[in-house]
Design a protein around this ligand. Structure first.
Ligand code: PGA
Length: 265
């Protein structure tokens, strides 16, 4: 795992955007448009704004043929609800980048199909050839996607119940805390591990404890984000506040500053 402590959240957004654009360009050059795994929540928004600004300025890559897969989705919202993660990712990223809706995927929360929704999403991911680069956030309780503490480290896409802490954390997006759904569909930790590159981003003091537990603590279902320790290519981009509880921060900075330019992330 590579830990990259950076001075500010804007630095995290720029480096995450560079990494995503680099992948999109490399895959296009190979004639195989990239498959991007996308995260919702507040943390990726500056990264998405950076990608959109570069696209509008004409300095970004072509997104022709790029397919995207969301990590998770609320269950129980009316179809097409503006706070569904599919509507959110279209508004915040894929529509502005010109990626057509049919190439933008998410778990299907339709009530009637719920028993098979997880397996159908796994099949969609397999049919796309898997995810090249999966962007991840981290919850204050150490969750990734909606895999709450206790989630199997080998889990696949399935329905889950949100922790009360997560519902409170997400209440800011809804009119009232009670409006936050209790159930979600989420890629499992085993699903996420199949992506070829994991890029976790975290900013702000509220994430510092979860980040330290995930990257320096033991591998444990009690901290789902610790599953990144099992992945052969996982990168963690942090601002100063999110890196503030790391014991080995000095070493991580030293390693990053000394990297040869050709190595990339
Ligand atoms: P946030 O959420 O980016 O809104 O903090 C992250 C998460 O819950 O995974």
């Amino acid at each position: 795992m590579e830990i990259v402590p950076l001075p500010t959240a804007a630095d995290v957004a720029r480096l995450a955007a560079d990494t995503i654009e680099g992948l999109v360009r490399r895959r296009a050059a190979d004639g195989q448009p990239a498959v991007l795994g996308l995260a919702t929540g507040s943390t990726p928004l500056p990264t998405y704004a950076e990608l959109i600004a570069r696209h509008r300025a004409g300095t970004g890559p072509s997104y022709a043929g790029v397919r995207t897969f969301n990590l998770d989705e609320y269950v129980g919202l009316p179809p097409g609800h503006e706070l569904s993660y599919l509507a959110t990712i279209r508004r915040d990223l894929t529509d502005p980048l010109g990626i057509p809706p049919e190439l933008v995927h998410g778990p299907d929360p339709d009530e009637a199909g719920l028993p098979t929704a997880g397996e159908r999403y796994e099949e969609e991911l397999r049919a796309a050839g898997g995810v090249d680069l999966q962007l991840l956030g981290i919850g204050t309780d150490g969750h990734v996607a909606f895999n709450e503490p206790g989630s199997s480290l080998a889990s696949h896409t399935r329905i889950k119940t949100l922790e009360e802490q997560t519902r409170q954390d997400n209440a800011r997006f809804f009119g009232a805390p009670d409006d936050v759904p209790h159930h979600v569909l989420t890629q499992g930790l085993g699903t996420i591990l199949r992506a070829r590159h994991l890029l976790l981003i975290a900013t702000g003091e509220s994430k510092a404890e979860a980040v330290a537990t995930a990257v320096e603590g033991p591998l444990s279902a009690s901290c789902p984000a610790s599953v990144l320790q099992l992945h052969p290519h996982a990168t963690v981009l942090l601002d100063e506040a999110a890196a503030s509880r790391l014991e080995r921060a000095v070493h991580y900075r030293f390693v990053y500053e000394g990297k040869p330019a050709w190595q990339g992330l």
